[in-house]
Design a binder for this molecule. Structure first.
Ligand SMILES: Cc1cc2nc3c(=O)[nH]c(=O)nc-3n(C[C@H](O)[C@H](O)[C@H](O)COP(=O)(O)OP(=O)(O)OC[C@H]3O[C@@H](n4cnc5c(N)ncnc54)[C@H](O)[C@@H]3O)c2cc1C
Length: 403
């Protein structure tokens, strides 16, 4: 790598990272002394918010990186980051090391198993393309296995699909699995009434942050799809064919998908970068690591504080996108000597997909008002939000023939 140049390295090509890197490349396109790099362990941008739909075979959720970057001078490194040396300004990867002058941390989050016995060994997770392919194949295979299983109890265990965690991804996945298992059992001529989808949630309700009426609506729609909801219940342990609950009950099952918690890579703590809750990086109002002004963090990695509420900005794609854009603008401003902008998170709304043609959610209106909606219209709004990200990626990448 040429050392005369100034190297801006973005690690992670998720919502925050891809937005930051494309915007940086655009802003510095006329400055040959700046080289922008992107490092990711995968050669695609994963649409993580749609993973539950991919798990049931409905959607393609990976956009090849080369299609996104091809109109820009961005050096892409297909490599896994294994360590960061902030003082020496190097990142370490599986295949070597890379010097940076400015670093953007955008590695997202991983599943947190909270040390629950058997969970990391036997549960499916919902974080990657491989995860969703595994879930889809497993459910399809188990519907087929049920068709040739003569014992009713065994058949029910084969068709009992358990989701650990009643947050956004758990709820969306349960609804999709309900649709998939209905389809699969029908095509294998298995009695669909024997299939059971169960959400196990430690809290007192599903998605309480949506407010009581939307949360109740979600519950009602799930019940109509045949999803059983067990709140106030924790998973105590998991084996290859049973899950034990805090109620003392044991459910026989071959399928548990754990969506109950996330954590951030330990790499940041090991690098002596200051972190807070969940291992997220403590950042200032410009999204710079508090102790390293040349390191920025975005998305799930950044523990940004909402200046109005004084609370941490939630881990979510919409905030990752806003932060990726702001960080690119602030890096550009710092480089050309103009004023940086502080982060002012703005919640546009939230839509919870509830399977085929169904969703519930809200959109932000002027004067801090909210518009709540549910049903078919809500699913159209959800699709429009997903399409907006694709549209913006196409625009940002100047690639109008992406699909
Ligand atoms: C199933 C599911 C559904 C969700 N639904 C919603 C939703 O409806 N709305 C919403 O707002 N949010 C949703 N979220 C949360 C949202 O997806 C995350 O908050 C968002 O993806 C965070 O963006 P990010 O840029 O921080 O990281 P990510 O999008 O996770 O991207 C991280 C990138 O880093 C790469 N990477 C990770 N580790 C390494 C490494 N060591 N070396 C190299 N590369 C690495 C990954 O390959 C990935 O490309 C959902 C999450 C899940 C799992």
């Amino acid at each position: 790598m040429e050392t005369k140049k100034k190297h801006i390295v973005v690690i992670g090509a998720g919502y925050g990272g891809i937005t930051a890197v494309l915007r940086l490349a655009k802003q510095f396109s006329r400055q040959s002394e700046i080289q922008v790099h992107l490092v990711d362990k995968n050669n695609y941008h994963l649409l993580k918010t749609q993973l539950h739909e991919a798990a049931t075979g409905k959607k393609q959720v990976a956009i090849p990186i080369d299609r996104l970057l091809r109109r820009y001078n961005i050096v892409f490194h297909l490599d896994e980051v294994t360590g960061i040396e902030p003082d020496r300004k190097f990142i370490h990867t599986e295949h070597g090391q890379l010097h940076f002058d400015i670093l953007v941390l955008a590695l997202g989050s991983q599943t947190n198993f909270y040390g629950i016995p058997g969970l990391s060994e036997h549960a499916f997770t919902l974080q990657s393309l491989r995860d969703v392919q595994g879930i889809h194949d497993h459910i399809s295979k188990h519907c087929a296995l049920a068709a040739s299983e003569p014992n009713e109890q065994n058949r029910k265990a084969i068709l009992r699909f358990v989701i650990g965690g009643g947050g956004l991804s758990g709820v969306e996945l349960a609804a999709e699995i309900a649709d998939l298992s209905a389809r699969c059992t029908r095509s294998h001529r298995v009695n669909s009434a024997e299939a059971e989808i169960i959400i196990i949630e430690a809290g007192t309700s599903l998605l309480p942050h949506l407010g009581e009426s939307l949360s109740e609506r979600v519950k009602r729609e799930l019940s109509e799809k045949g999803v059983t909801i067990m709140t106030d219940t924790k998973i105590i342990s998991l084996s290859v064919d049973a899950v034990t609950l805090s109620s003392g009950k044991t459910l026989m099952t071959k399928t548990l998908v754990w969506t109950g918690g996330i954590q951030i890579t330990d790499m940041f703590k090991e690098s002596q970068i200051k972190t807070g809750g969940l291992g997220r990086i403590l950042v200032d109002e410009y999204l710079r690591a508090v102790d390293y002004p040349f390191i920025y963090a975005v998305g799930d990695n950044a523990l940004a504080i909402n200046p109005i509420t004084g609370k941490p900005v939630p881990t979510s794609a919409q905030f990752a996108l806003q932060e990726g854009k702001l960080v690119a603008d602030n890096i550009h401003a710092t480089t050309v000597g103009t004023k940086c902008k502080p982060y002012a998170p703005s919640a546009m709304g939230e839509v919870v997909g509830l399977g085929r043609h169904l969703a519930a959610g809200w959109l932000a209106l002027p004067f801090k008002k909210k518009l709540s909606f549910a049903g078919y219209m809500a699913s159209l709004i959800g699709t429009a939000i997903q399409e907006k990200h694709i549209f913006q990626l196409r625009k940002l990448s100047r690639n109008w023939t992406m699909r």
